[in-house]
Design a protein around this ligand. Structure first.
Ligand SMILES: Cc1cc2nc3c(=O)[nH]c(=O)nc-3n(C[C@H](O)[C@H](O)[C@H](O)COP(=O)(O)OP(=O)(O)OC[C@H]3O[C@@H](n4cnc5c(N)ncnc54)[C@H](O)[C@@H]3O)c2cc1C
Ligand code: FES
Length: 530
């Protein structure tokens, strides 16, 4: 049945009521648009079928109650309203009318609505209240959007050192040569449309929490009523001789990624660091550089975070692409001629020819501008926040990679976690605190890394794990790894085992404790994998 054209509404029968059991979902089509149909407690609901992050088919995710979790990177959506409830991604899903008649299920689609941004208010010039957001990453962006979604009509200023509005940083090490416009999380016009002032290429150099001002490197002093510090982290520089030579690079910005791509094409690249950034960069360069060598301090890559077995497997993946590993080693010196890199000397006595050296050896929190302020930081220089992202100073909030916060799933243990998804979640909580709707952070960490087109997914917080139990076979590159501490699963990682990690994240989010006994069993029925 096709409704009058002007309403753009189309209703079609999509299935029989009996086709779905309670707790099941199905992808159906109305007018060639794919829709996710869900049955829960006898009620049907229908929402967009593609995740608003990178478009994963949600039907392959995990459904628990009224929430579906994306199999790829863990974003969660309410299946009744379509609202995004956990990240990554910014937008919600469209939701559609469903009716049942004579045992048949009908869905009505509005063809204009295939994406849904939560409604946002505008600035009212008479409202004399200013929020400053320092940093232009996802934590700041989500905070700004949360403010506008919650009727905040004051002034919002986002100050960022970058020359771009918020962009998809995880892509920098996975698709280094991507066009900047394609990286943006929101188009440039978005900020004008929603009255969010973008102060780009500007660095905040100090904060005075008594006077409630921030000072910017162009000497502007700006008053704030509420402040968000979401300055993230910067790449840790190497302190060896020669680290200042031309063509020794760190990966932080869009321009860094472009430079590394251009400098390494057809040249000898040496990557230092075998954790996420180093391994992704080495994988990316493997078919572009003349040679790629990678240096790591442990026996295998990712050894501390993912364990030796997975590390060994990733090493083999890259070795198959002719990447050469120098493990249990480190850089002693970088030598060059005319200011340019020529070779890398290793602590174990080795010598690698090099045209470019890329360091991916960890990060440092961006808090130098807070020196002398009363905003409390911990021993590692992370800003201390409570569960509502409040710092030690009233009306100053902090979010994202720069904070240490109480992690609900680990009994409020104070942690610092640099995940894309968590930065979004923090930004939302900070925004809600600012509009006096305090909500505690209870997001379960979710992370992914991509090597040669293969995604390893990870959920939880594995710090201090004592052993790993595997399902599947790591050497066959199809596995699910459970990380245990005190006989309880604290984290899980997978490759080619979707949506296991999303299922586990959802179970942990619902307060379920997963024990050694459960995972030792050969029957993974409790995971409810489709
Ligand atoms: C190359 C790369 C790949 C990654 N891949 C993944 C991945 O695959 N999965 C994943 O989960 N996470 C990944 N991450 C981590 C993820 O990008 C971060 O967790 C996330 O960006 C943190 O968001 P944030 O808002 O806290 O800070 P950021 O995104 O770091 O943004 C902070 C911003 O503040 C600006 N800034 C700093 N100091 C000042 C100042 N004084 N004044 C003004 N501006 C300032 C910085 O320039 C920066 O733009 C990756 C990170 C990098 C660098
Ligand atoms: S595609 Fe769904 S979370 Fe990334």
């Amino acid at each position: 049945m096709v409704n009058p054209e002007e309403s753009m509404e189309i209703t079609e029968m999509v299935c029989l009521e009996s086709d779905l059991l309670d707790g099941q979902m199905k992808e159906v089509e109305v007018d060639k648009h794919k829709i996710l149909l869900v049955k829960n407690e006898g009620q049907f609901s229908a929402v967009g079928s593609r995740c608003s992050h990178y478009g994963a088919p949600l039907v392959k995710g995990t459904l628990l109650g009224d929430r579906v979790r994306c199999p790829f990177h863990g974003a969660c959506f309410n299946v009744k309203t379509g609202d995004i409830e956990d990240y990554p991604g910014l937008d919600s899903l469209p939701s559609y009318k469903v009716k049942t008649e004579d045992g048949k299920v009908y869905v009505t689609l509005n063809t204009k609505e295939t994406k849904r941004m939560r409604e946002m208010c505008h600035r009212v010039p008479e409202v004399c209240h200013t929020v400053i957001l320092i940093g232009g990453g996802p934590a700041s962006l989500v905070c700004a959007e949360t403010l506008r979604q919650n009727d905040y009509s004051g002034r919002i200023i986002m100050v960022t050192k970058e020359g771009l509005p918020p962009f998809d940083k995880p892509k920098l090490s996975k698709a280094m040569n991507v066009d900047s416009e394609r990286l943006l999380l929101r188009p440039k016009e978005f900020f004008q449309q929603h009255d969010i002032e973008m102060w780009m290429n500007k660095e905040v150099i100090s904060v005075d929490t008594e006077a409630k001002t921030v000072t910017v490197d162009d000497n502007t002093v700006q008053h704030y009523d509420q402040l968000l510090i979401a300055t993230g982290c910067r790449a840790r520089p190497m302190a060896c001789p020669g680290a200042d030579l031309e063509n020794v690079r760190l990966l932080e910005s869009f321009q860094d990624a472009q430079d590394i791509h251009n400098l390494c094409a057809g040249k000898k690249a040496v990557v230092v660091g075998t954790s996420f950034i180093g391994m992704e960069v080495a994988a990316y360069l493997s078919d572009k550089a003349a040679s790629v060598s990678i240096i790591g301090r442990s026996e295998y890559p990712f050894q501390l975070s993912l364990g030796a077995d997975i590390g060994k497997m990733t090493m083999q993946m890259l070795e198959e692409k002719e990447v050469k590993f120098y493990m249990n080693d480190n850089v002693a010196e970088i030598r060059g001629e005319n200011g340019k890199v020529q070779e890398v000397l290793l602590q174990n006595g080795g010598r690698l020819e090099a045209d470019v050296v890329v360091f991916g050896i960890g990060v440092l929190p961006n808090v130098d501008f807070l020196k002398g302020s009363k905003i409390a930081t911990d021993q590692r220089n992370n800003i201390i926040v409570d569960k509502c992202m409040r710092t030690s100073v009233p009306e100053v909030y902090s979010a994202g990679d720069v904070v240490s916060f109480p992690l609900a799933m680990r009994g409020d243990e104070r942690v610092n976690i640099g995940h894309w998804q968590l930065a979004h979640a923090h930004g939302r909580i900070a925004g809600l605190s600012m509009v006096k709707k305090p909500t505690e952070i209870n997001s379960v960490p979710f992370f992914w890394t991509v090597l040669l087109g293969k995604s390893i997914r990870y959920t939880g917080y594995g710090q201090g794990y004592t052993d790993i139990v595997f399902k599947g076979k790591v050497e066959e590159r199809t596995f699910l790894a459970f990380y245990l501490k005190d006989d309880v699963v604290v984290a899980a990682a997978s490759l080619n085992f979707d949506p296991a990690v999303a299922c586990l994240a959802e179970m942990i989010a619902n307060g379920k404790v997963i024990t050694r006994v459960q995972i030792k069993s050969d029957d993974l029925g409790w995971l409810q994998l489709p």
